[in-house]
Design a binder for this molecule. Structure first.
Ligand code: FAD
Ligand code: AMP
Length: 474
């Protein structure tokens, strides 16, 4: 049978499944193909994000934070507990339940929106036909006026430290350790390395993170990165910068690492090694040779600003294309493409995509960094405010970090906001709204913020742009 749809999404990650729901809402006959199988071997919709990314990592971050609070932070509140222990199977099992709840939730949403799911690997053929190979090897072909490629990304493997799923693992492996590794090595101090390194550190691992670059968290504002680096050090995360892994050998007593730093060749032995050196677009088996869809030098599907591949009716979104590898970026592209297909005005503003790192303290930013403004010769003013002077943060015993706001020196338009501290993953949303509405620091400065809340740090940083913060010297 050759089923014909208005639109087929290949990939049901946050880009594909969200796009499929929007397409169905717009009255398009929609199918979505995904090959991901859960631990029970059944289809698990939701892609990397729901299965082995955003959601499970946040579940483990939250559980490990509770444990860490119990072992390290509750004493100042006068709370103590004898001999706190962590039961790893329960810890990981709770995460698995959350994953199942959400992947099942996508299946329910598909049903409610009358989206046809297919379980298998989709391959785009010429003429917008899609061949689906089921996990049992069966084949069928479906077709559509529009096909949206949303095949996502996979972890980058180092040729000298290949994943074996036991001693040398990727993100999926590090979410499923059956016990707390005594010594955990992490390659790459990026978002994933820092988050998963924090999880196991909080449970008692000795965590060493090797980062090839000389600067810590180069993607973030340096003032913010400095605070984060200091706090991670206090927590006992051993982050070695300028340390490039050259070899990893699995032996009986652990994984033997050879890395080089400014002092030459170094050795380290760990029980488990998480390789988190970035992700690459995944397109294996996705495209027949004659589709005309092009890949760039990094293997990403080439698209224009409307996520169109240049081939009639073929679009691509999410981690498989240019832009930040973030779930919300992919979802917004999915919505926009569905709207473009339906003849509506889709929209994704790349200038206001928020970034969040869910460590403790959390890190969040949106918009331009000071360096980008300097390089572009854009005149700006800076306002900042420390959480140390925020009553709520002090009451919570989490008075670390700051909010830093960059506004145009002449128009006062907010150009970037950078934060490190408690709850900043939520605080950044207010700034994104202000930036999206082309707001100024004066706008935020004049808005009433509830007291005592963490959001007062945003208010005071906005006042500080004009050197009139109330609770600090200007
Ligand atoms: P994916 O989520 O990778 O989904 C693609 C899907 O397509 C997969 O299910 C795959 O099996 C399927 N597929 C691929 N090829 C085919 C084919 N030919 N046929 C059928 N199916 C196919 N981002 C955030 O914004 N916030 C976070 O907190 C965050 N945390 C993360 C933590 C970790 C540990 C990791 C690894 C990632 C995290 N990310 C986070 C990144 C986020 O997961 C990705 O940006 C997001 O999942 C990309 O969505 P996507 O739909 O493009 O691709
Ligand atoms: P991200 O892209 O945010 O996931 O971060 C991955 C990090 O891994 C980057 O900061 C890279 O510099 C780092 N990295 C890549 N290869 C190596 C290596 N061989 N040794 C140590 N760090 C590496």
């Amino acid at each position: 049978m050759n089923d014909k749809f208005d639109v087929i999404f290949i990939g049901a990650g946050p880009a594909g499944y969200v796009g499929a729901i929007r397409a169905a809402q717009l009255g398009l006959k929609t199918a979505c193909i995904d090959a991901f199988a859960g631990k029970d071997g059944k289809q698990a919709l939701g892609g990397t994000c729901l299965n082995v990314g955003c959601i499970p990592s946040k579940a483990l971050l939250d559980s490990s934070r509770q444990f860490h609070n119990l072992t390290s932070h509750f004493d100042v509140h006068g709370i103590s507990a004898d001999n706190p222990r962590i039961d790893v199977p329960t810890f990981v099992g709770r995460k698995d339940k959350i994953v199942k709840q959400f992947t099942g939730g996508v299946a329910t949403l598909f049903k409610a929106n009358k989206i046809t799911p297919y379980f298998g690997t989709g391959k785009l053929l010429k003429g917008n036909q899609v061949e689906i190979t089921g996990n049992d090897g069966s084949k069928q072909t479906i077709s559509a006026t529009n096909v949206v490629l949303a095949s996502g990304s996979v972890p980058i493997e180092l040729p000298f430290a290949k994943f074996d799923g036991k001693a040398i693992v990727d993100n999926a492996g590090a979410l499923d350790f059956t016990e707390v590794p005594k010594r955990l090595g992490v390659i790459g101090a990026g978002v994933i390395g820092l988050e998963l390194g924090s999880v196991w550190k909080r449970l008692g691992s000795d965590v060493t993170i090797l980062e090839a670059l000389p600067d810590f968290l180069g993607v973030a504002d340096p003032d913010i990165a400095k605070v984060a680096q200091r706090e991670f050090k206090k927590q006992g995360l051993d982050i070695k910068l300028g340390a490039k892994l050259g070899k990893a050998e699995v032996k009986k007593d652990g994984v033997h690492l050879t890395y080089s730093d400014k002092d030459g060749e170094q050795k380290l032995v760990v029980d488990k090694l998480l390789v988190a050196v970035g992700r690459r677009a995944y397109t294996a088996g996705l495209l027949a040779d004659d589709t005309g869809v092009k890949l760039d030098e990094r293997g990403r599907i080439v698209v224009d600003e409307h996520c169109h591949t240049g081939v009639d009716g073929v679009w691509a979104i999410g981690d498989a294309v240019r832009g930040p590898m973030l779930a919300h970026k992919g979802s917004e592209e999915g919505v926009a493409v569905a709207e473009w297909i339906a003849g509506k005005a889709g929209h994704v503003n790349f200038d206001t995509i928020p970034w969040v790192i869910y460590t403790e303290p959390e890190i969040a930013w949106a918009g331009k960094t000071e360096k980008e403004l300097k390089d572009a010769a854009i005149p700006y003013r800076v306002g900042s405010f420390p959480f140390a002077a925020i009553g709520r943060a002090v009451a919570m015993n989490e008075a670390v970090g700051q909010v830093k706001m960059l506004a145009h020196a002449e128009t006062d338009r907010i150009l970037g906001v950078h934060m490190v501290g408690p709850g900043v993953s939520e605080l950044i949303a207010e700034c994104v709204v202000a930036m999206e509405f082309k707001g100024s620091s004066e706008d935020l400065a004049r808005i009433v913020h509830a007291h005592p809340t963490l959001s007062e740090a945003v208010h005071e940083a906005a006042l500080s742009v004009d050197k009139r913060a109330i609770h600090k010297g200007n």
